[in-house]
Design a protein around this ligand. Structure first.
Ligand code: GLN
Length: 451
């Protein structure tokens, strides 16, 4: 049924870069065979899923939305891919994304944009717009995203779906193509809080193949999602997440959600996190710096696109020609920014300062989490904007992640879930919940209560 749905609507939505029809049917038949034979089934046996094209899938194309990996067939599965298969989930295909997960609109994909199912002329968010659009257009009931600065939560917010960025280290990064290694985190996307929890439980957990993977039990997210409640909880509203640039209807729906929390018995207090005003600036130094280092591996020698390999060019020239042809504008912009910020003589002024700001942000979180159990805010300052509106204005595009970035810099867990439609444009608004590191279950407990 989901493959038929994809065939019917994805020409318009363009959520998928690759539909693995044969692979999906084979996985589904294998589940049927196991069931018929009375063999034990995985926890999500037969449930279809859309996988962001940043996770390697053995023998199935993985492009990261970039021309530089066009045609590459990975020889191995990411840990997340492996765990999905072990849960007997059926992987329908790979979803569209901003190239190397750099963007907030999916317009930076080398394979064309994705439409927001609520209004196809608008962006579905990014970088994981394909995954959220697949959910919102009922092409898949579950999806996977990655969140470096908001790429799970912001697409969830603007498509009226649920997205969770687990605690940093909660989900293995092995086989997840690296953008900014100290920030990148895979996580679940779904249409309900409980669905997200069921997927979270399957994909999370320690992985010896990822040295930053947390060696601790997965928080009890499913139990929390089944027992939503906020009675007696202290909820902090971050003072910094409103004001200029925030759409009136977004703030209205957010304020109403806060009233719902209060009505359910939460104690709501305002909290002050002055360092959050610097989060965007720090992020746009740290993320490009790590990107410039990570993307050095795309040298046209090991895998991917190779241009100019005709016997007349040196190896260095082949690398340069391939990177020139294979990377898009935003990726090049970030490599240049990052290389500059890391250069000798500038390192302390830029990268070093950004790391200090990161520490201040972590301290702000630690201080307020001494007073409250969770923080709440709008997920994004505005609803989905029209495709093309911010394409030539990187600074305007970067503002989409104003509220999501602090949680990445500190490594906390965070969720976005729908909280109504903005009155002025009828488009979905997201409520963000942030919990301390390793307390991912609180997101689900609160999310299930207000859903
Ligand atoms: N929009 C942010 C960026 O372009 C975040 C992307 C992400 O989370 N992958 O860097």
């Amino acid at each position: 049924a989901h493959l038929a749905r994809i065939e019917a609507v994805d020409e318009k939505v363009h959520a998928f870069l690759h539909v693995d029809r044969e692979g999906a049917l084979a996985q589904a038949r294998a589940v049927d065979a196991k069931r018929a034979a009375g063999e034990p089934l995985g926890p999500l046996a037969g449930v279809p899923l859309a996988l962001k094209d940043i996770f390697t899938t053995e023998g199935v194309p993985t492009t990261v939305g970039s021309k530089i990996l066009e045609g590459w067939l990975p020889p191995y599965d990411a840990t997340v891919t492996k765990r999905l298969k072990a849960a007997d989930i059926v992987i329908l295909g790979k979803t569209n994304m901003d190239e190397f997960a750099m963007g907030s609109s999916t317009e930076n994909s080398a394979y064309g944009p994705t439409g927001n199912p609520w209004d196809l002329t608008r962006i579905p968010g990014g970088s994981g717009g394909g995954s959220s659009a697949a959910l919102a257009s009922f092409q898949a009931p579950l999806a996977i995203g990655t969140d470096t600065g908001g790429s799970i939560r912001q697409p969830a917010a603007v498509t009226g779906t649920v997205g969770v960025k687990p605690t940093y280290g909660g989900v293995s990064r092995y086989g997840m193509v690296a953008f900014s290694s100290s920030l990148d985190q895979g996580g679940p996307c779904a249409r309900t809080v409980l669905d997200a929890a069921l997927l979270h439980e399957v994909m999370a957990g320690h992985d010896p193949l990822d040295s930053t993977s947390v060696d601790a039990p997965v928080p009890p997210v499913v139990e929390a999602a089944r027992n939503g409640s906020v009675a007696g909880m202290r909820v902090g509203v971050v003072k910094q997440f409103r004001g200029e640039g925030y759409q009136a209807g977004v703030l209205q729906r957010f304020d109403e959600a806060v009233e719902v929390l209060r009505g359910l018995g939460a104690e709501v207090v305002e909290v002050d996190c002055p360092s959050f005003d610097l989060a965007l600036s720090a992020y746009y130094l740290i993320a490009p710096s790590e990107c410039s280092s990570n993307l050095a591996r795309f040298d046209a020698m090991r895998y991917g696109l190779r241009v100019g390999d005709d016997g007349t060019h040196s190896a260095e020239d082949v690398t340069a020609l391939s990177r020139e042809a294979g990377f898009g504008d935003e990726v090049k912009r970030r490599i240049m920014l990052g290389t500059y910020a890391l250069s000798s003589g500038y390192y302390d002024a830029y990268y070093g300062s950004a790391q200090k700001v990161r520490t201040l942000i972590t301290r702000d979180f630690e201080r307020v989490f001494g007073e409250v159990d969770v923080l709440v805010s709008p997920t994004t300052p505005t609803t989905a904007f029209p495709i093309g509106e911010r394409a030539d204005d990187p600074m305007a595009m970067y503002l989409a992640d104003l509220c999501t970035i602090p949680a990445n810099l500190a490594g906390n867990a965070a969720m976005s879930l729908p909280c109504g439609l903005a009155p002025e444009d009828g488009l979905p608004v997201g409520l963000q919940i942030i919990a301390p590191a390793l307390k991912d279950d609180r997101l689900y407990q609160v999310g299930a209560a207000v859903e």
